[in-house]
Design a protein around this ligand. Structure first.
Ligand code: F6R
Length: 236
């Protein structure tokens, strides 16, 4: 594991972006695993800048997002599809057809999960996976559990996740109670993982990276990954 400690959220974004930049320049048709939430925002801003000012080309890049809320249509302002459009996809020259998120309004959610797994296999797996970490140690929406998940699945969101995410909604009752999440197996199969976290995650990050490996702290499995970079911002 490589740990990079930086002073600010913006610096965290720049350091993460430089890793993504060299990976994209090395492999223009790279498959990126992407995350939503506050932690990746400075990274996405920097990738947009690199595209506009330094010709970073996304025309062949493919993306697979970690998760989507069940019940929110793509055009809902709080859907993760909207988040990605606003914070990244509209700012770069990616072909929308190459951007993938689970469909949280699919009539058959189980089938949607299987199709998502098939899509990842068809794309040849994820080259670089971006992660944030939840206060309970979740990665994607793999919440603390008795087992590590091994396929894309519908998850009931933990109470603390609903509370943490209520900041994006008018109130907690509006936060969807379920999400579709990519599983731990696919995350671990990514060739490279970059995890970004700010000072508010110090305690859980410490437990996840230095404590026992247990599905009760899903991020602890990352200790077993052979190419993990953690970028930790001492600022919030
Ligand atoms: C979102 C996701 C979540 C977040 C985590 C941290 O796609 O996968 O695991 O990364 O909840 O969220 P922030 O960055 O908002 O603290």
């Amino acid at each position: 594991m490589t740990l990079r400690t930086v002073k600010t959220h913006d610096e965290m974004g720049r350091v993460a972006a430089s890793i993504f930049e060299s990976e994209i320049r090395n492999k223009p048709d790279i498959v990126l695993g992407l995350a939503t939430g506050s932690s990746p925002i400075p990274l996405y801003k920097e990738l947009a800048r690199l595209h506009k000012e330094e010709n970073l080309d996304f025309s062949k890049v493919k993306t697979i997002n970690l998760d989507e809320y069940v019940g929110l249509p793509p055009e809902h302002p709080q859907s993760y599809r909207s988040f990605m459009n606003v914070n990244l996809f509209r700012e770069i020259n990616i072909d929308p057809i190459n951007t993938h998120l689970p469909n949280g309004t699919a009539a058959d959610l189980k089938k949607e999960c299987r199709l998502y797994d098939e899509l990842i296999e068809k794309l040849g797996g994820i080259d670089v996976q971006l992660l944030g970490i939840g206060y309970n140690g979740h990665i994607g929406f793999n919440e603390p559990d008795d087992l590590f998940s091994n396929q894309t699945h519908v998850v009931p969101l933990a109470c603390e996740t609903i509370e943490a995410n209520s900041r994006f909604f008018a109130d907690a009752s509006e936060v969807p109670k379920e999400a579709i999440s990519l599983d731990v197996r696919h995350i671990m199969q990514a060739r490279k993982i970059v995890l970004v976290a700010n000072a508010s995650k110090r305690e859980i990050l410490n437990k996840a990276l230095c404590g026992d490996i247990t599905p009760k702290i899903p991020a602890s499995v990352l200790q077993l990954h052979r190419d993990l970079t953690v970028i930790f911002s001492e600022g919030e």
